[in-house]
Design a protein around this ligand. Structure first.
Ligand code: ADP
Length: 478
């Protein structure tokens, strides 16, 4: 039984939910607490009580705690990767990679603790000086999804703590173990009690409760568009209004031009569309391919797809693990039917039987897709991609931008002119040239435009826009 962590101690909850391995539904990882409104109240009170002390703590202490956590995360990355893959279903290599990422994020923000500065400017008035400084926002509520169950909590918690905020974290119910481990590691690294609290439970209870809670100053959310919209509306309706940051869906285009290196294009598409079971908001779900390379690209991609091994996430040679749960699997399968009804041609997307009961499905590739089809417009969040044939670069760019989303956009080309034009004109927060749309660095901003994101960017030094509030102080000498 995994309990909530409130005010420095494990706190029993009245209800719990089983965390089940999607590679083997007979394998129950554990029972995880389901918090109530009362648990949330306790956590917010603990965070508020800790906030003044933590806001004034020495940056050296914050640095040391984050650095200690980074060291432990790195030392235990194989164990943490295994925990992650077991509960979420990404492969062990991907799980260990994500645990390593959490360590790198902690390490980066340990350094940021020491790099926080302000500005001094002359006033327009004689004898007056102006200082612009950054102060902690206060108590941050974090609502995180299941698809990056350690990296996303890490890249929200680390900057929050570095800039002197206290935290209440609510991870997704499908994959809470990784977040639980992260909170345990950070607290043992020396956080004062109440600075970092974990309240697991339902989005409609704990998540919604955070949005409405007057003791929370800001919400950082990653999840679906529909939930994000509700959270933004709730943050504005709350008294007082809350600062809010949302990272949501994508329908990311990957453009392949006639002049592309075919191998690079196919590897990027394969990775971007299908790795991590396509369960990444940066996944490439629209492959926009010019006529001259279209048939060669589809043939080579199909060939590569046939070679992928789909199976138990923890098995040594698995390339693609299971879909996270029965609901997501049913959604993927529904979209396959929708695509076929819309007139696209489907390859793959079969339910697979393995030695253990799990949610296994082969990657699915649609061809003859047009950009007005639902499979080209709506986020599926599974190992499903569609190929859209276009005449030339201009049409490719227009199709790439014709979407309500704007998270990541990629292009495979050897033309400097097209690469430069795409970097400039792709309507996305992140642009990749000869690289998959998914897979980002941790020291630079992450986020998108249009329906994909709302509010300040996450990650790197840019994260301070959300986690700090600006103060302008005027001083007249004497
Ligand atoms: P996903 O498709 O990733 O499950 P969701 O947006 O449903 O996307 O979930 C992301 C996070 O938001 C989860 O932690 C979930 O519990 C939480 N959540 C779901 N509904 C709400 C809500 N109404 N208010 C606040 N948080 C919610």
């Amino acid at each position: 039984m995994y309990q909530n962590f409130i005010g420095g101690r494990m706190t029993a909850a009245s209800d719990a939910v089983a965390n089940v391995n999607p590679s083997n539904t007979d394998d129950v990882i554990g029972e995880f607490a389901r918090g109530t409104a009362a648990d949330l109240d306790m956590a917010v009170s603990a965070a508020r009580a800790a906030a003044p002390g933590w806001a004034r703590s020495a940056v050296q202490d914050r640095h040391d705690i984050l650095a200690r956590a980074a060291t432990e995360l790195l030392a235990r990355r194989e164990e943490l990767g295994r925990i992650l893959s077991r509960e979420e279903g990404k492969t062990l290599g991907e799980g260990i990679g994500e645990a390593t990422r959490a360590a790198q994020v902690m390490d980066f923000f340990a350094g940021e603790c020491l790099r926080t500065g302000g500005e001094m400017m002359p006033s327009t008035r004689p004898g007056v000086g102006v200082e612009i400084s950054r102060e902690p926002l206060g108590v941050i509520g974090m609502i995180t999804p299941w698809n990056f169950p350690i990296a996303i909590p890490a890249w929200k918690i680390a900057p929050a703590l570095a800039w002197g905020n206290c935290v209440v974290l609510k991870p997704a119910e499908l994959a809470p173990h990784s977040a639980w481990m992260l909170v345990d590691i950070l607290n043992r690294a020396g956080l004062p009690e109440g600075v970092l609290n974990l309240v697991m439970g339902k989005g409609s209870v704990v998540g919604q409760g955070m949005v409405e809670h007057s003791g929370i100053d800001g919400i950082s959310f990653t999840g679906s568009v529909a939930t994000g919209r509700g959270i933004a509306a709730g943050c504005v309706a709350a008294q007082p209004m809350k600062k809010v940051q949302l990272e949501m869906g994508g329908k990311n285009p990957f453009v392949v031009l006639d002049d592309a290196d075919l191998e690079v294009a196919v590897n990027c598409a394969l990775n971007g569309a299908f790795f991590s079971t396509g369960q990444r908001c940066t996944a490439s779900s629209r492959l926009i391919v010019t006529e001259g390379i279209h048939d060669r690209f589809v043939a080579a991609l199909t060939e590569q797809m046939r070679g992928l091994k789909i199976g138990d996430a923890l098995a040594q040679n698995t390339d693609i693990g299971p879909v996270v749960d029965p609901g997501q699997l049913a959604q993927n399968r529904d979209y396959l039917e929708i695509g076929v009804r819309e007139g696209a041609r489907l390859m793959g997307g079969d339910l697979l039987k393995r030695n253990t009961p799990g949610h296994f499905m082969s990657p699915a590739l649609f061809t003859d897709v047009t950009n007005d089809m639902r499979i080209a417009r709506e986020e599926i969040f599974g190992p499903v991609a569609g190929v859209i044939r276009v005449r030339d670069y201009d049409e490719a760019l227009a199709v790439a931008n014709d979407t309500e989303f704007g998270l990541s956009a990629g292009i495979a080309t050897t033309s400097l002119r097209h690469a430069s034009d795409f970097k400039r004109n792709a309507e996305a927060g992140m642009v990749m040239v000869n690289l998959p749309t998914a897979g980002v660095d941790y020291h630079v901003p992450f986020g998108g435009r249009k329906a994909s994101s709302y509010g300040a960017r996450e990650q790197g030094a840019y994260a301070r826009e959300f986690y700090t509030t600006v103060k302008t102080a005027y001083t007249k000498a004497g």
